[in-house]
Design a protein around this ligand. Structure first.
Ligand code: SAH
Length: 509
């Protein structure tokens, strides 16, 4: 039996072979992806996506599936778009489950209608997965409701065509200027001035509130509020980047009760090296306070020293161990599994003192392995100061790279390397600050990214020491290895730089 497809619990079927799924990806924040979109993305065979698709959405795609980038920026001739759509229809005709992922909703200026018609002409079935459109969600994320009782009883969504020759013919400025409600313009960042001028020329009050919101719903969201008369200058002064929408109407003057852009770390691009596939609580917390967290897989966890793991299990079963020091819950689990292979079980730990490094690891050991620590220390550095660390005690240290990490701290202990970090090829990323979660990542980070202008924030004294040993400067150190303490360290760094030491990086699209 194969693994149950993800999101099956939602009740919907997986992506269907032979079908083109036209899927809306929402405006940028992965939280706006629909559950149906997640379901088809995680069960398809091929996905074509463009620059508005959230990176996290692509992480849902199964390993076997092909990812096709239909990247197109302003000014590009749009190379490949039609070819890709043709290819997708061929793949569907060949029996693959195909996803065409589009920003926002596929039928709002997304050419979804054309694509559906092309499929129909070839007899290829289509499933439309509607998405959260930026036309409504982006003003909303900036605290601008597109309708509001007593202020706006309707809204119109309009595209500002980027081709100036077609522009005049496509927009009925007279009708727009007279529209009794909120106007939302898409694809118009480079035409803010003519849009505002035309509305004024056709009778809209120059004092009408207006706003531009760029990168809405993402950590790079920025809003400029002005009036029809002043918006173009205000937007130019703020140097906003696409994608952006223009909102015109009294709703743009309502107070921003959402406050997304004033979160403590809003827009700060934080690099977080990691060694595992799953996202971390730390990343989730930093995102909740506005940070743009880029998780970079610097290394992969590979199996450790199998012979040493077997010996450790045998020693435990034979009662030849007084103390086990656990650096990582998975490390203990590997050794217990080896004990089971030898005919024993978790009772091998009876009478053995269990020392766990890190409160989170202790909680994990308790939850996953149902074992309570006798002693919990905050970090590996505290191991050397433990009482009873007499030289004749027989101590096993279990964990990833245990040999390298505890050689100096516990020279008389037997280190059992339950897994090893292997460096991975790293992507080219630009961040405002790097977080360094563990000392063992220091050499990998120094090797992969070495821009001295990017400050390094360490998550503990041992990591700070390792950074200094490597000749690197520690810009700030978290008071504890907890998400809130890390947030505080980042906030203090921003405050020290007067908030001007960094600027929100432009979107990597
Ligand atoms: N189908 C999409 C729109 C595609 S047209 C939807 O329903 O949202 C692309 C335009 O959408 C951009 O030029 C911009 O005007 C707008 N847009 C999309 N995502 C945006 C975002 N996160 N912030 C601001 N504008 C966005």
């Amino acid at each position: 039996m194969t693994n149950q497809p993800p999101f099956l619990a939602l009740g919907g079927p997986p992506a269907t072979p032979g079908v083109v799924h036209l899927v809306g990806a929402g405006p940028g924040d992965v939280g706006q992806l629909t559950l149906r979109a997640a379901q088809v993305l995680s069960t398809c065979d091929v996905v074509a996506y463009d620059r508005l698709a959230p990176a996290e959405a692509l992480a849902l795609v199964p390993d076997h599936a092909d990812l096709i980038d239909v990247g197109r920026r302003y000014g590009d001739p749009g190379v490949g778009r039609d070819e890709v759509d043709t290819l997708l229809r061929e793949r569907a005709a060949a029996g693959h489950a195909v996803v065409r992922l589009k920003g926002g909703d596929p039928f709002v200026f997304g050419r979804g209608g054309e694509e559906a018609a092309a499929c129909a002409a070839e007899g290829i079935p289509v499933e439309v997965v509607p998405g959260v459109t930026s036309a409504v969600a982006v003003p909303g994320a900036a605290g601008i409701p597109v309708t509001h009782r007593g202020v706006a009883t309707g809204f119109a969504v309009v595209t500002v065509h980027e081709d100036p020759t077609k522009h005049a013919a496509q927009i009925d400025h007279q009708a727009l200027a007279a529209f009794p409600g909120t106007l939302v313009f898409l694809m118009g960042l480079r035409r803010v001035a003519p849009v505002c001028e035309q509305l004024i020329a056709h009778g809209r009050d120059p004092g009408t509130p207006a706003a531009v919101v760029s990168a809405g719903t993402t950590p790079r969201q920025r809003t400029v509020r002005a009036t029809l008369a002043t918006l173009a200058d205000a937007v130019a002064a703020a140097d906003l980047q696409p994608p952006a929408i223009i909102v015109v109407g009294d709703v743009a003057a309502l107070p921003d009760l959402v406050g997304r852009e004033v979160r403590p770390l809003h827009g700060l691009r934080v690099g977080l090296p990691r060694t595992r596939r799953r996202g971390s609580d730390l990343a989730a917390h930093l995102r909740s306070v506005g940070a743009d967290v880029v998780e970079v897989p610097l290394a992969r966890e590979e199996p450790g020293d199998v012979a040493a793991i077997g010996r450790a299990a045998a020693d435990l079963l034979a009662g030849r161990v007084d103390e086990v020091v656990v650096l990582d819950a998975a490390g203990l689990e590997v050794v217990l599994a080896a004990a089971v292979d030898l005919g024993g079980d978790a009772r091998a730990l009876a009478g053995v003192r269990l020392t766990v490094v890190g409160r989170r690891t202790a909680a994990q050991v308790r939850r996953d392995l149902h074992l309570a620590a006798d002693v919990t220390v905050g970090s590996a550095g505290e191991l050397a100061d433990l009482p009873d660390a007499a030289p004749d005690r027989r101590v096993l240290v279990l964990g990833p790279d245990a040999d390298l990490r505890t050689r100096d701290l516990l020279p008389d202990a037997t280190a059992v390397t339950t897994s090893r970090l292997r460096p991975q090829p790293v992507p080219d990323v630009h961040v405002d600050v790097w977080l360094v979660p563990a000392s063992r990542l220091v050499p990998l980070l120094a090797e992969a990214y070495s821009d001295p202008r990017v400050p390094l924030v360490s998550m503990g004294p041992v990591t700070s020491a390792a950074l200094r040993d490597a000749g690197l400067e520690v810009a700030a150190e978290a008071a504890a290895a907890t998400p809130v303490a890390v947030e505080d360290a980042l906030t203090s760094l921003l405050r020290r730089d007067g908030g001007s030491g960094w600027t929100a990086s432009p979107a990597e699209d």
